[in-house]
Ligand binder design. Structure first.
Ligand code: E4P
Length: 223
């Protein structure tokens, strides 16, 4: 399973990358805004260099058509390890499948984002997406079960032998990460704050302190 960091903050990326657990980094325009990025292209280039050979996922901002395709092609030139996130639909509900298909045909690693249903993930796969980002938290927000969607899509991909990978996105806590992993997501993308929570446990801290105190006591006896 692949683990991505859902962040554009270079300090967080350096820290978690240094822990040897990251396969890549995902971003979106909201993440860039949250993390104070003012020059997205420069940030994508820098992050891609920083995490290579891990994959940097950069999202287009053009809504559709030729503008979307040319923006995606330009972003993919930033590095061999750059995947391009293309939203499943425009805000008006027009599918971006043709754009994804064209980009996949041009050798671009397409990550279909804002996937909220089984049908969307299946169509994106048919269009040639390398990844489908299923937003577990946002499915849950609408009364659905994001983990169940991931599980069903995984079953469908495996049944037909598709190589498209599910990225479980929109994870709001350690419990969501566990649900996504258990549902069979090929990749999970986790914000830094949630990754810290996954690593931490107050009783682990207590236990380690107990060991250190015992080592000190042994050393004091020997002195
Ligand atoms: C990652 O690729 C997604 O864009 C991100 O996880 C979305 O998270 P959100 O639903 O919390 O905005």
């Amino acid at each position: 399973m692949k683990l991505f960091l859902d962040s554009a903050d270079e300090n967080h990326v350096k820290f978690w990358s240094g822990q040897g657990i990251l396969d890549g980094v995902t971003t979106n325009p909201s993440v860039l805004l949250r993390d104070g990025v003012t020059d997205p292209t420069a940030t994508f280039a820098s992050l891609a260099r920083l995490i290579a050979p891990g994959v940097l996922h950069a999202e287009v901002t053009a809504e559709s058509g030729a503008a979307l395709v040319s923006e995606a092609l330009a972003l993919s030139e930033l590095g061999d390890n750059v995947a391009i996130k293309v939203p499943m639909l425009t805000p008006q509900g027009v599918p971006c499948l043709a754009e994804m298909h064209e980009l996949a045909g041009a050798g671009v690693q397409v990550n279909t984002t804002a996937c909220l249903s089984y049908g969307q993930a299946a169509l994106a796969t048919k269009a040639g997406a390398r990844y489908v980002s299923i937003m577990l938290g946002r499915v849950d927000d609408e009364g659905g079960d994001g983990a169940a969607v991931i599980e069903e899509v995984r079953r469908w991909l495996d049944r037909w032998g598709y190589r498209t990978e599910i990225i479980a996105a929109s994870l709001r806590g350690p419990g969501d990460v566990r649900r996504a992993m258990d549902a069979g997501a090929h990749c999970v993308t986790v914000p830094p704050a949630i990754l810290s929570k996954l690593a931490d446990h107050k009783y682990t801290r207590h236990t380690v302190q107990e060991f250190l105190d015992a080592a000190d006591a042994t050393a004091a006896k020997a002195a």
